[in-house]
Design a protein around this ligand. Sequence first.
Ligand code: SAM
Ligand code: SF4
Length: 357
Amino acid sequence: MRRAVPIPLIDPFDRRVKDLRISITDRCNFRCTYCMPAEGMKWLPRDEVLTYEEIARIARVCVERFGFEAIRLTGGEPLVRSHIVRLVELLAPLGADLALTTNGVKLPELAHDLVAAGLQRINVSLDSLRRERFLALTRRDELDRVIAGIDAALDAGLAPVKLNTVVIRGVNDDEVAELAGFGRDRGIGVRFIEFMPLDADGQWSTNQVVPAEEILERVHAEYPLVGWPRRLEGHGVEPAQRFAYADGRGDVGVIASVTEPFCESCDRVRVTAEGRFRTCLFAVEEFDLRAILRSGAAPDDLGPDGLGPADSGLAAPDLDDRLADAIAAAVGTKWAGHSIGAADFVRPDRSMSQIGG
Ligand code: SAM
Ligand code: SF4
């Protein structure tokens, strides 16, 4: 049977949507202060989380029907979900650019298998190279393992490996150049991220945000950048604005979600671990894809490996059409952009770990 040609999905502001971020779990083995509370997170019951089959079906519909080009797995911590390699095997044949964001702790044991399964690129989060500070930030004493995980990712051939660093005033802003240097030594680009109001404790305030321009100043003072200083403004579809080092040793990026939002070129949508489709990190409206996936299916007995039952309703022939219609309708509501810092900004009632960063 001949496959239909994908029809690009265009939102009301004429942006093509082609990047799918999938949270595969809300659980995590860290408790980063800017993302989760120390205790008391309420986890989704296991049967509310999408099975790997269900995740793969949503991804396939996005790629086959709408020509999505990129899929990124995230969480929570994606590598704490069992049999993650199996999910990568299910997604790799779709042919989209397949990436994952992780805190890195489980990479020493998983990196090679993930690459063999078809994972192409990875972002590892690292906010401090100082043990005490790392412990204070993540509430886990795992700095050495994260560094070992970064090295395992490089060794396994993931390319590119990037570092994600959330910069918070008075917490780790003095380490910006050091972290950039750590990346340069390993041939890794660091992506510095402005602190966003998605912390579970609701403690975020604008004075904790270190503007991207200041971050780049700090890097440039130590490692001169090509074309800096200059005012940050309009950029391509990548949220990170990148600058090459003048000595040719790679680049550094900033994600200025607060001070210079990249909404006008946003091409991404998200699916939460329980199958809610979101058109923006800060969206207040969600669309329930799980209800469609499970309509007609017996409530899932997920089986011992979380992969789902063999005879679920996933075989229903019109399910793809219904998923595609729901996704298209949801994208039809995508707004122009968020308004962090403005009086009308409404914080989503989920933290970053519950949405999928
Ligand atoms: N657990 C994985 C990790 O930490 O890389 C993936 C999920 S995490 C929610 C995805 C990214 O979101 C991480 O790079 C993390 O640093 C970032 N993040 C979490 N909370 C944030 C916040 N309040 N502001 C900015 N970035 C945040
Ligand atoms: Fe876990 Fe990632 Fe959130 Fe840290 S940022 S608590 S590692 S989900």
